[in-house]
Design a protein around this ligand. Structure first.
Ligand SMILES: [Zn+2]
Length: 414
């Protein structure tokens, strides 16, 4: 399904992209957060992966001009954004280690489709299709609303990673200033899926769901049948349904259902799911008061499976550490040639990863453009336009917050 996989970003196309499309001005404004004489931007680490695969860390720049000159010269296949430090990262070598400390960075989230390999049946590894991309839609919906409503964050930039995942940059000032401990606490609040590949049951819920889990469940309920039962057909083959049954802590039920399902190929996953749910309910009421703990376990098991098969898988290490680097928006994925464009969270179900502009499609669009009377930017002549406009607007929001903060600080000092 990776139809544009052949549109890899050649060095020529990459250099064309960096000279004509990369939004340097907005980018510097974003990472600077209205600090005087580009203070925050100058101390920001940017890392480059070069076409030779060399990886250069601790680059830093004064502003738009030297950043653009360097990117044009190096033509990196990937740009990563790191923290804001106490001093310019490029001067790190000349400084005492104790004088060089990370002080701020956006709270970041990385959700990658490869972490869904144990629950998706359509694709694996680096490939994605419309069916499994829906997991990303659900992930954005659940995490976005939790970050806004439970933590009060407002400035969330969601970005397509260019191939098989999404990133979220939480840019509010109080998010950027979080300590590692606070970042870890937020991640542990949001992390519901626990345990590696060797753990078959990855979700443990209490009978009374925390409001955050109840809200997540409302989203999961909307998508579970469509994505997990119909698209992924997780109760279709024995290999897949046995994984689902392994989440049930009752050998009797597992035996009963597998006997039932082994004999018939005609039942759909939806029908089998109904049988599973009935079986759980029946066993729960049969175990009655005598084993109330057991009854509770069986009652909640249905929801645990639904969470295990729909709830977002977060790369926790990425979010926990202020030092952690993350691929920058508006990079170009070297294999797919796709631009890492922002995704509007309130419209994420309409985001189509296969329709994202690639460097070669942009090249064609620009060549086909018929110049009119009005002078317009190159990006406005192409399908990159809505993404750049969205980014511009987003940065207007973060800049406004920073200016208001500066003003209120100035008036307090006065
Ligand atoms: Zn797929």
């Amino acid at each position: 399904m990776d139809s544009k996989e052949d549109e890899a970003a050649t060095p020529e196309l990459l250099s064309f992209f960096y000279s004509r499309f990369f939004p340097y001005k907005t980018y510097v404004n974003w990472l600077n957060y209205e600090t005087e004489s580009n203070g925050a931007f100058k101390n920001r680490e940017l890392s480059f992966t070069l076409p030779s695969d060399a990886y250069l860390r601790y680059n830093s720049y004064n502003g738009e001009e030297d950043l653009k000159a360097e990117i044009m010269k190096m033509c990196p296949t990937k740009i990563d954004i790191g923290a804001i430090y106490t001093a310019k990262p490029k001067d790190k070598k000349t400084m005492r280690l104790s004088a060089f400390k990370p002080v701020e960075k956006e709270l970041i989230f990385d959700i990658d489709m490869t972490d869904y390999d144990e629950i998706r049946t359509c694709c694996s590894g680096a490939s994605i299709c419309y069916k499994c991309w829906k997991f990303m839609t659900v992930a954005i919906k659940i995490i976005d609303v939790a970050l806004r409503e439970d933590f009060g964050f407002k400035h969330l930039l969601w970005v397509y990673s260019g191939r098989r995942g999404v990133h979220c940059w939480v840019c509010d000032e109080n998010a950027r200033k979080l300590s590692n401990e606070r970042r870890a606490a937020i991640v542990s609040y949001l992390a519901v899926i626990k345990g590696g590949t060797q753990v078959s049951k990855k979700v443990q819920l209490n009978r009374t769901l925390h409001p955050f889990l109840r809200r997540s469940l409302e989203i999961i309920e909307k998508y579970f049948e469509d994505i997990v039962l119909k698209d992924q057909d997780v109760l279709g083959s024995e290999e897949n349904w046995s994984k689902v049954l392994n989440c049930i802590q009752d050998d009797e039920i597992i035996k009963k259902l597998s006997n039932k399902w082994n004999g018939s190929n005609s039942k759909s996953s939806v029908q089998k799911w109904d049988e599973l749910v009935n079986e759980l309910e029946h066993a729960a009421s049969a175990s009655g008061r005598k084993y109330s703990k057991k009854a509770e376990q069986l009652q909640i098991c249905k929801l645990e499976i639904m969470f295990q098969y729909t709830y977002p898988r977060l790369d926790e290490a990425v979010s926990k550490n202020i030092n952690h680097l993350l691929k920058s928006p508006f990079c170009v994925h070297p294999k797919t040639g796709r631009v890492c464009v922002p995704i509007q969270p309130d419209d994420c179900e309409n985001f189509d990863p296969f329709e994202v502009p690639t460097v070669s499609s942009l090249y064609q669009e620009l060549n086909l453009y018929v110049e009119g009377e009005r002078k317009v930017h190159d990006y406005e002549k192409t399908s990159l336009k809505p993404y750049i406009k969205y980014f511009d607007n987003f940065v207007k929001g973060t800049s406004k917050e920073a200016r208001e903060k500066n003003r209120s600080q100035a008036s307090m000092e006065f």
